[in-house]
Design a protein around this ligand. Structure first.
Ligand SMILES: Nc1ncnc2c1ncn2[C@@H]1O[C@H](COP(=O)(O)OP(=O)(O)O)[C@@H](O)[C@H]1O
Ligand SMILES: CC(=O)N[C@@H](CCC(=O)OP(=O)(O)O)C(=O)O
Length: 295
């Protein structure tokens, strides 16, 4: 087929999605390989910037776990995790906050370079994320926060003024002490608080596998009931466990669409949002059917 015609077809295919998501909030949890590889980083930022320019209201919530570990090691300490959460003493907290701040600004720089106004902030700003100390199965893991309250006003104000908000997972407790938050938890809590139309987690795997060892067992559409069964049967492990729990939490608390996407695929966000092709795993609420057929 004529390549010009093909390009026009791709744009026309995007039309209903542009209409559906016009002025709607989409929360993107950005982390994993897509954060470390410069090419992938650029492609994610291009995607989010495009979403903004066609009239959506994206919010980025970013991680940076690998970068924090690199800096913790650089100062001669050993990065330590318990059940997927970083053991965060005072010094580690200081490093984490510095690194996450730097990551946020690097994302602002890329977005601004593409002609969109962006602001990076942490959960400390405008009282966005309030936390209490989190214990891991009763164990003290330091300054790790469980989100107790979200005040999204600062995000609405930024969106209203047409900025793209870029949030890092740091918050304050009731005594205004600084806490480190798992970035998936932060993305889910924010998506819930703003009633996001979509929450997309970019990660390092093609999606949820029925069998963790078998790449061919990718589940394209996963109902919460089955997700709970997979968890109960021990089929979900590692970092996928808190991620999937956050997906269930989001879909049951007002977020319309929740996805786990393969951040190693360039432009995975655009492919998921603007084409009829399913990519990654869509988490479906009770009674929802055939997401990709009716997309
Ligand atoms: N059933 C499963 N399906 C997919 N991934 C799984 C499953 N069980 C365990 N995992 C692991 O979870 C990882 C994803 O979590 P994680 O690496 O923490 O993500 P991120 O760094 O993006 O937050 C996968 O790379 C995989 O090793
Ligand atoms: C408490 C806790 O573990 N916080 C995380 C925050 C960053 C994060 O979650 O980054 P990724 O999404 O890239 O893993 C950490 O210190 O690594």
């Amino acid at each position: 087929m004529n390549t010009y015609l093909e390009k026009a077809k791709v744009l026309i295919e995007a039309l209903p999605y542009i209409q559906r998501f016009n002025r709607k909030i989409i929360v993107v949890k950005y982390g994993g390989s897509a954060m470390v590889d410069e090419e992938l980083k650029r492609s994610v930022i291009q995607d989010v910037t495009l979403l903004k320019l066609v009239g959506f209201k994206p919010i980025i919530v970013h991680g940076g776990g690998k970068e924090i570990s690199r800096w913790v090691s650089k100062v001669g300490m050993e990065p330590k995790f318990i059940n997927g959460l970083r053991v965060t003493d005072k010094e580690t907290m200081e490093i984490a906050e510095m690194v996450l701040g730097k990551v946020g600004k690097s994302l602002v720089q890329l977005v601004e370079g593409l002609g969109v106004k962006a602001v990076s902030l942490s959960g400390k700003d405008g009282g966005l994320l309030k936390v209490e100390k989190k214990y891991s199965k009763g164990e003290d893991i330091g300054f790790v926060g469980e989100i107790t309250d979200v005040d999204p006003q600062i995000l609405y104000d930024l969106l209203e003024k047409d900025f793209l908000p870029i949030v890092c997972p740091v918050g304050l407790d009731k005594d205004f002490n600084t806490y480190n938050i798992n970035a998936d938890d932060a993305a889910c809590a924010i998506a819930r608080a703003v009633n996001a139309e979509k929450l997309a987690f970019l990660t390092d795997i093609e999606g949820v596998r029925r069998d963790p060892e078998d790449p061919k067992s990718l589940i394209s559409e996963l109902h919460v009931k089955e997700a709970r069964e997979l968890i109960a049967n021990g089929n979900i492990g590692g970092g996928m466990l808190p991620k999937l729990n956050n997906c269930i939490d989001a879909i049951e608390n007002g977020v319309s669409r929740v996805h786990i996407l393969d951040g190693r695929i360039a432009h995975c966000l655009l492919l998921e949002i603007f084409t009829n092709k399913g990519i990654g795993t869509a988490i479906l609420g009770e009674g929802e059917e055939n997401y990709y057929d009716g997309k």
